[in-house]
Write a protein that binds this ligand. Structure first.
Ligand SMILES: Nc1nc2c(c(=O)[nH]1)N[C@H]1C(S)=C(S)[C@@H](COP(=O)(O)O)O[C@H]1N2
Ligand SMILES: [Mo]
Length: 200
């Protein structure tokens, strides 16, 4: 009996935290469609809207008054870069969602996030609950830079980064899927980097 060890050894040096088809960077690239919006914290608001008309809004001061998480995470962009160990601070979507009545949440299966500047993206409701998504406003111990979505962005680290809407200002809970900007153009509705869900 014999086998050729070369095949088993091919991927030995690959970082197990790197999803398929990705490579590592350390410079946190900026990827924005169109102009970078200017949003002052004094003008900023975030609305969470249910399908039956329920709506809750937060001003910047409201957001700053909520308990926040500090966490370190890897991010994966569909253009194939991944960056490891990025330190963030933000408010968990779970905290915000509890402000909506139970009936608005129980009928939610999908979400459409909309932004200052007009960008949109859709995700499954289950991908923003149970500690998987934040409204992030600090990166690396400093206020989130405008080009990265400052003053605040949606951050869903377990999905490809196009789902992490920068300058987010509305999150709509939906029973049926409504596709966002990239999803209308053929990108995946879920976007799990570990399953390489780049296109639908
Ligand atoms: N509002 C808005 N959010 C956005 C985008 C955008 O163009 N506008 N680009 C998306 C894409 S494709 C990626 S990869 C990430 C990039 O985030 P970064 O510029 O902070 O790296 O933001 C996502 N969120
Ligand atoms: Mo992207």
């Amino acid at each position: 009996m014999s086998f050729t060890p070369g095949f088993a050894g091919t991927r030995r040096n690959r970082n197990p935290n790197l999803p398929p088809g990705q490579y590592e960077v350390n410079n946190f690239p900026v990827l924005t469609i169109g102009p970078t919006p200017v949003v002052a914290t004094t003008d900023w608001s975030l609305e969470l809207r249910g399908e039956a008309g329920d709506s809750v809004s937060w001003t910047w001061d409201d957001l700053m008054g909520l308990p926040a998480d500090e966490f370190t995470t890897d991010l994966h962009c569909v253009t194939a870069w991944s960056q490891f160990g990025m330190p963030w601070k933000g408010v968990s979507l779970d905290t915000l969602l509890t402000a909506l009545p139970e009936h608005a949440r129980s009928s939610a299966h999908h979400v459409l996030a909309s932004c200052y500047g007009g960008y949109t993206t859709n995700v499954r409701y289950e991908d923003i609950t149970d500690g998987k998504a934040w409204i992030a406003y600090e990166y690396n111990g400093a206020p989130l830079a405008r080009e990265h979505g400052g003053p605040a962005r949606l951050l869903i680290p377990h999905l490809y980064l196009w789902k992490s809407a920068k300058w987010v200002n509305r999150i709509q809970l939906l029973s049926a899927k409504t596709r966002g900007f990239w999803e209308v153009n053929g990108y995946h509705d879920v976007g799990d980097p570990w399953k390489e869900q780049r296109y639908s």
